[in-house]
Write a protein that binds this ligand. Structure first.
Ligand SMILES: Cc1cc2nc3c(=O)[nH]c(=O)nc-3n(C[C@H](O)[C@H](O)[C@H](O)COP(=O)(O)OP(=O)(O)OC[C@H]3O[C@@H](n4cnc5c(N)ncnc54)[C@H](O)[C@@H]3O)c2cc1C
Ligand SMILES: *[C@@H]1O[C@H](CO)[C@@H](O)[C@H](O)[C@H]1NC(C)=O
Ligand SMILES: *[C@@H]1O[C@H](CO)[C@@H](O)[C@H](O)[C@H]1NC(C)=O
Ligand SMILES: *[C@@H]1O[C@H](CO)[C@@H](O)[C@H](O)[C@H]1NC(C)=O
Ligand SMILES: *[C@@H]1O[C@H](CO)[C@@H](O)[C@H](O)[C@H]1NC(C)=O
Length: 490
């Protein structure tokens, strides 16, 4: 009897104070070992609030970590990984917080490792190698390297974080230099067992392979990137925007560009936007926004197929690389925050799946007005110059990208705030069914940076069996795959 009461009391106390649950236990340990300046356990503290609110998919802010850890060195990350492992707690690793998938960089009742304080940057003018820690956004990195007349490969928007490169990283400069990950030269990695290692063409070659486009949080935590920088001078670049009447003409220009453009200095991203109601003061509910970027001053006729079509806005001008990234307006990645999800498709440019994808998307948009706040459909060309540049460095990346031309389509669905869960679920199911009905080209990889967690993109890689072996070697007891979200080849 007495024993039962004592046990009950102990249970009550540990439940109230949480000391017995794994998240708070790991946090108590880390407060002891790293100190209170590097561990924030109060959901009311400013630091905690700013990390928790800083997600591109604002739904991730629903989750409440037991504490947030701010490592300042690889050693701090290693201590955190070991304490989390010992406690059995769930966790997440957060860089820029732009991956929209649940639990990829957010966690409920577990430890959130915010890499934001691990943010040293340097440039070696002799070797032209750039080194950065994971805590900066790419906007910060582009601005830093611009002072040396250089840049690095990374996403086309400034607010996106360094996790982007681990997922491949498609850049305006990719047709010239490959994906961001192709430009990796050395990575410092904290393994799931806490060991700090170097992955490079000489050391842990298999790990270096998997981290080049196979995603981050499956194999450990990258604490330092050394990459090949590239010259960045002046870019003739801008946006051209069209009304929906021009859809067919623009669509044809994009198709021709994907198929025929032979100049790797010319790069485009084309975005179709759908608003739930006629808006923008132009009485339109659909607009096409193209981003045209030329590395140099004279694009020749690379973009004339676009500029010849009647348009409503045209901002072509000479820009620096950070100005290119700020098109059409700075902080676009921040402004598009909301209840966002991604989906991805992959297609060849020599068949009609291209029109089919766009048509199905437009039909869905018409028949689901009210179910979205914003819809976007993006064409991301993968020309042969890109796949050649990829192969030429480190023998290609974890995707082992088949020869271009082909292209990814990325879909963004922003649902209205405060949608009841059942409505939210049915909108997501319907959108998913629409994307799945388009189908994907056989033998081409889905881009994990644009994928929904239910799309299992790694299984579309020809290297999947190889990635499974790497995964089992570096995370043999499946600590990461069972305790955090991400892309896992198991
Ligand atoms: C507005 C917008 C524009 C985009 N534009 C592009 C683009 O032009 N090109 C492109 O390729 N992609 C683009 N993306 C996709 C983007 O690359 C992915 O969403 C990417 O996952 C975001 O990385 P992050 O660091 O911001 O996010 P996070 O959510 O912080 O991280 C993404 C994932 O990587 C893991 N991770 C991050 N850092 C590390 C690390 N150091 N070690 C181990 N694991 C780590 C995280 O745990 C998480 O699972 C865009 C996304 C958005 C929202
Ligand atoms: C934290 O946990 C680790 C790993 O279990 C242990 O070695 C260490 O002593 C603990 N430190 C504190 C301060 O509790
Ligand atoms: C810069 O690179 C050169 C050439 O590889 C090398 O000799 C030098 O040590 C590097 N400098 C620093 C500070 O790392
Ligand atoms: C422009 O379109 C025409 C077909 O109308 C095509 O032959 C040409 O290759 C295209 N040019 C570029 C640079 O895409
Ligand atoms: C398109 O290209 C692929 C790969 O080169 C080829 O297998 C396929 O037959 C082509 N399709 C058409 C319709 O030409």
């Amino acid at each position: 009897m007495v024993i039962t009461i004592v046990l009950l009391c102990v249970q009550l106390i540990t439940r109230c104070y949480g000391a017995g649950s794994p998240g708070p236990a790991a946090c108590a340990n880390l407060t002891g070992s790293l100190g209170i300046t590097k561990v924030s356990s109060s959901p009311l503290s400013l630091k905690y609030i700013s990390t928790r609110q800083d997600y591109w998919n604002t739904l991730q802010s629903r989750y409440q970590p037991s504490c947030i850890v701010y490592p300042k060195s690889a050693r701090d990350v290693s201590i955190a990984v070991q304490a989390i492992r010992a406690s059995g707690s769930r966790f997440a690793v957060k860089a820029g917080g732009h991956n929209p998938n649940d639990f990829f960089s957010s966690v409920d009742q577990g430890v959130l490792i915010d890499l934001g304080s691990l943010n040293a940057i340097s440039y070696n003018a002799t070797s032209t190698l750039a080194t950065y820690e994971p805590g900066s956004t790419f906007g910060d990195l582009y601005a830093y390297y611009a002072q040396f007349g250089r840049t690095i490969l990374g996403p086309t928007m400034g607010g996106v974080g360094t996790g982007s490169a681990l997922g491949g990283g498609s850049s305006y400069l990719s047709p010239q230099y490959g994906m961001a990950c192709d430009n990796f030269r050395e990575l410092e990695v904290v393994l799931p067992n806490g060991e700090i290692v170097i992955a490079s063409p000489e050391s842990n070659v298999d790990l270096f392979f998997a981290l080049r486009g196979g995603g981050g949080n499956a194999y450990g935590v990258v604490t330092k990137y050394t990459v090949q920088s590239r010259p960045a001078g002046q870019f003739y670049s801008g946006n051209v925007m069209y009304l929906f009447e021009q859809t067919d003409a623009v669509t044809l220009a994009i198709k021709n560009f994907m198929q025929y453009n032979a100049d790797p200095k010319a790069s485009i991203v084309a975005t179709y936007l759908k608003l739930p109601t006629p808006g923008l003061g132009l009485n339109l509910d659909e607009a096409i926004l193209t981003f045209l970027v030329y590395d140099g001053l004279d694009p020749g006729d690379a973009f004339t197929n676009f500029t010849n079509i009647p348009h409503v806005v045209e901002t072509m001008a000479v820009r620096t690389y950070p100005q290119v990234i700020d098109m059409p307006i700075p902080y676009l990645a921040q402004l598009t925050r909301g209840n966002n999800i991604f989906r991805v498709g992959v297609h060849r440019s020599n068949d009609s799946s291209y029109e089919l994808a766009l048509q199905k998307w437009r039909d869905w948009a018409e028949s689901n007005k009210g179910s979205y706040q914003l819809l976007a459909f993006n064409y991301e060309p993968v020309p042969q110059s890109l796949t050649d540049a990829s192969k030429a460095q480190n023998g290609g990346n974890a995707m082992q990208m088949p020869d271009g031309p082909w292209f990814w389509v990325s879909y963004i669905l922003m649902t209205p705030p405060l949608l009841p869960q059942s409505n939210y679920d049915s909108v997501q199911a319907s959108f998913r069914a629409m994307v799945e009905s388009v189908g994907n080209a056989e033998g081409l990889p889905l881009f994990i940076n644009d994928a929904n967690s239910d799309q299992n993109p790694l299984s579309t890689f020809s290297t999947y069996p190889q990635l499974q072996i790497v995964k089992n070697k570096y995370d043999p007891d499946h600590f990461f795959s069972t305790k955090t979200g991400g892309w896992f080849s198991t």
